[in-house]
Design a protein around this ligand. Structure first.
Ligand code: ZN
Length: 86
């Protein structure tokens, strides 16, 4: 099975996910999405519908964690390439 190193929704490294990935409807682990984005087979944060919104959301989250704005910006530039947004 192909295991993604990064969440295919937000781009977070899966190794940083305390729960090691989200969960599918049947309770199995998702290999694609992290526990912040995906639970019980559905995407969380339903207000996020576009890549742009996800990018802004991630930038805000990273700023909360004291990450410099430009680093957050560079990080989120890869989000449109992720599977959820293609
Ligand atoms: Zn995610």
């Amino acid at each position: 099975m192909k295991i993604n190193k990064f969440c295919q929704s937000c781009g977070m490294p899966m190794t940083k996910d305390p729960e090691n990935g989200g969960t599918e409807k049947n309770g199995s682990k998702s290999q694609k999405y992290c526990s912040y984005c995906y639970r019980d087979g559905e995407f969380l944060s339903s207000e996020i519908k576009t890549v742009k919104e996800m990018q802004n959301f991630c930038i805000e989250k990273m700023k909360e964690q004291k990450m410099p704005g430009f680093v957050a910006w560079i990080f989120t530039r890869s989000i449109p390439k992720l599977e959820r947004w293609r």
